[in-house]
Design a protein. Structure first.
Length: 392
């Protein structure tokens, strides 16, 4: 057999459906409500800080685990918000986005045969992350409409081989915000089975209806077994800057830093400087961010409801998961292709968030978009009709 092939690992997963939808959207000139990136500007203060850093010749490698001002800002803000002490030198590692933070974390802690518990639906990257790091994923379902999990089902997913559980709150794609009770249930299992919680908190500040974000690291007994991931992408509308980080217990930081160093050496030095400025924005910035997104959420919910989708109201993050059965298509991918090609709106097929078949009746829309963009999607979706109904 020819050796001119991809590795076994690389053939076990497909290209990202989310990113593919963005490419299809370019091809058909659609309104892109698929991939989660804003189409409005980032805050001027942080753009100015990035330009100033380049002009000040901060152009060479930063310290591999992150420029000190950013690491200190990450530690300071976590402590200030959640009352848990974080020591920058021992616990914070800056990576190329939280995507690399997750990969470095998984590669740093997983041995072959280790199992990782993942809630389904999940952020698309976690599947390939598990394969690349050699972990065996164990999926636990989040049940609509409120995306709750069955504590017995979760307990049954843990065993001696469980190395970690991945939590994402606020959650992509469901908009679920894990409650304290739910986090405590998870924490009991982590302590019982000596497992690590990997907590992706990238939507920390994008939260609605008076909900509060609770990092699982702050639950009793979890600080020394939680790796928290976060980044600049979503909070500051700079998904292309590729700056994220881990906050880990000191006992795990060394392993993460080694993997990170040999994977990427480091994130863009001037953008790390700007990141430190970003983390220093006043609290008012975060209040407005959440209020603006809540308003956009309401606008898109109304649009999708009017165009016959069954919607699940998100309490955080900037996505709406919908049920598409009313349109009578055989599956979600076929419907998503129809939607971008014939209607002119790109969304993400539900199956890219599921291992099981449950995603085939679902589609995810994002609302991190300007009002005009959402209005244009509304206009285009007038073409959509439920199955069996004809337009006059
Ligand atoms: C849950 C979740 N984690 C991580 C990421 C990627 O974040 P970053 O841009 O920091 O790599 C995304 C992006 O959509 C996401 O939804």
């Amino acid at each position: 057999m020819s050796k001119l092939t991809g590795s076994k690992k690389a053939t076990q997963f497909t290209e990202s459906v989310i990113r593919e939808m963005t490419r299809l959207n370019h091809l058909y000139g659609g309104v892109n409500l698929s991939q989660g990136f804003p189409d409005f500007p980032a805050p001027t203060a942080i753009k100015d800080a990035a330009c100033a850093a380049i002009n000040a010749d901060i152009n060479q490698y930063a310290v591999t685990w992150g420029a000190r001002p950013l690491r200190e800002a990450v530690a300071r803000e976590f402590t200030r918000r959640y009352g848990l002490e974080v020591v920058a030198d021992e616990q914070v590692t800056v990576c190329c986005g939280s995507t690399e933070a997750m990969m470095s974390t998984m590669m740093a802690i997983i041995d072959p045969g280790d199992e990782v518990v993942i809630f389904e639906p999940f952020y698309e990257n976690y599947g390939p992350d598990a394969i690349l790091s050699g972990a065996t994923p164990r999926y636990v379902t989040l049940h609509e409409p409120d995306w709750s999990f069955d504590p017995d089902e979760l307990a049954a997913a843990f065993n001696d081989r469980t190395k970690a559980i991945i939590i994402n709150t606020p959650n992509n794609p469901t908009g679920k915000v894990f409650t304290r009770d739910e986090l405590e249930t998870i924490a009991v299992l982590c302590r019982k089975w000596d497992a690590i919680a990997i907590s992706d908190e990238i939507y920390e500040h994008i939260i609605y209806d008076g909900q509060r974000h609770i990092p699982i690291a702050t639950i009793e007994g979890m600080a020394d077994r939680t790796i928290t991931l976060n980044g600049l992408s979503k909070t500051y509308s700079v998904t292309g800057w590729r700056v994220g980080w881990t906050i880990s217990p000191p006992s795990l930081t060394g392993a993460i830093r080694k993997v990170h160093d040999f994977l990427t050496v480091g994130a863009a030095a001037p953008l790390q400087e700007a990141g430190a400025v970003a983390l220093g924005l006043p609290d008012d910035y975060y209040t407005k961010l959440a209020a603006n997104y809540q308003q956009r959420r309401n606008v898109l919910l109304d649009i999708l409801d009017r165009h016959h989708f069954t919607t699940y109201k998100p309490l955080g993050a900037y996505y709406i998961m919908t049920d598409i059965r009313v349109f009578g298509f055989d599956d979600d991918v076929e419907f998503a292709r129809y939607l971008v090609k014939d209607v002119g709106v790109a969304a993400v097929p539900g199956s890219s968030f599921y291992k099981s078949n449950a995603g085939r009746t679902k589609l995810r829309f994002c609302f991190c978009k300007k009002d005009e963009t959402l209005q244009e999607a509304d206009r285009r979706m007038q073409k959509l009709v439920p199955a069996g109904v004809t337009l006059h």
